[in-house]
Design a protein around this ligand. Sequence first.
Ligand code: LLP
Length: 468
Amino acid sequence: MSTTHEAGWAHASGALRGPAWLRQPVDPNALVPQLWSMTAHKAGGELHVGGLSVPELVANVNTPAYVLDEADFRARARAFRDAFAAYDVFYAGKAFLCTAVAQWVHEEGLSLDVCSDGELTVALRAGFDPARIGYHGNNKSLVELRRAVAAGVGRIVVDSFDEISRLETITAEAGMTARVMVRVTAGVEAHTHEYIATAHEDQKFGFSITSGDALEAVRRVEAAPGIELLGLHSHIGSQIFDSSGFEVAARRVLALQARISDELGVTLPELDLGGGFGIAYTTQDDPSDPAQLATEMTKIVEHECRALGIPEPRLSVEPGRAIVGPAMCTVYTIGTVKAVQLDGGAVRSYVSVDGGMSDNIRTALYDADYSCTLVNRVSDAPPVLSRVVGKHCEAGDVVVKDEFLPGDLAPGDLLAVPGTGAYCRSMASNYNHALRPPVVAVRDGVARVVVRRETEDDLLATDMGDAS
Ligand code: LLP
């Protein structure tokens, strides 16, 4: 984007060259391997994932469809488990959760982070061991907390004094113990390539360390007979590429831990450093691998604990995007191709697909970058700078802002967008009464629909008609 416009980047002029990082591909038919799941490859122009031809797959399940590479998901889950072998790894279900995925998470030996009653329902329906579930959220109701405690959820991450009061009530009435972590705000806000360490913490999550609320929350929890305090929790953001933000957060949280030890005589056995590990959406992204992250984070914690003279807590992390993000791609059918004349005479190719902001809101919501490729044939046509847009009634309904695509794209061709596993199906909507697409898991030549496509009956199921 080279200029801004009050109505947003989609309206800006002068963007025709695309962003500085976008290069014309040497071979537009080839996949960029680091953006795709591990079994993805092209053969004769057709994308194959999990041993299946994607054009053949979608001939059966239709488009749009999310294709989930099970082997890739499991391999990434295992890589985190092995790299963080001395830690507990909680898969963050908010990125994407269904009962099949909860089972894979269990089978690969990870724990599970849920942040709503709905996610807890899916986890329990999948038979996930409640003792290995962590429960997040800044506004858990009495009813939700009662259910979590009764189900035996392994740890509840408390986020407010109101919630501590609710847990005091629940544990007293039920005669049960709730195991909790206290979420603290370390004053670090991490973004993709940089982090900002600020003194003020102007956001809704956690207890502020600097204001003294975090220490007070620990005091309250420690004093509550039915609440067992496991440790502190810090989550600094999402899509983070280096460990420097974690380093600042760990230093601040461990300093609080030392203060808790001095002032309250309490040694906290655990510490959670949250999720947020970045993935590659386009060629501009260069994420660290889990082993490198684990080494760096362990070094930071060891060093700080030694300096503060406190024992090292057992660490845990909560990756979501880094496990499921690259494991999925979304396949669309092209419906229209329009050459749009811009100011100055340049032309942008608008390629409309049969989904859009209802199945991937991230481009519109976060100005996120994606890439995409033609997946049903080889094309020798010279690539043209294109914008892939959805079919919703809104100009900001963009899936891929800028991509070089073959100049001969036509209705009926298939496009696939890699890296859509995290926060796409989980944030999908029925905007314009779109039917949310299925998630099809593929593995060793076998496809299984793990989340089916919505139907018109689903759409109308909550519509009560005119009751008068
Ligand atoms: N733990 C906590 C406490 C979190 O709040 C989150 C994400 C995670 C773990 C997992 O973060 P991950 O490893 O997936 O980055 N919808 C946004 C991302 C929101 C993240 C919310 N919290 C997006 O599409 O980029």
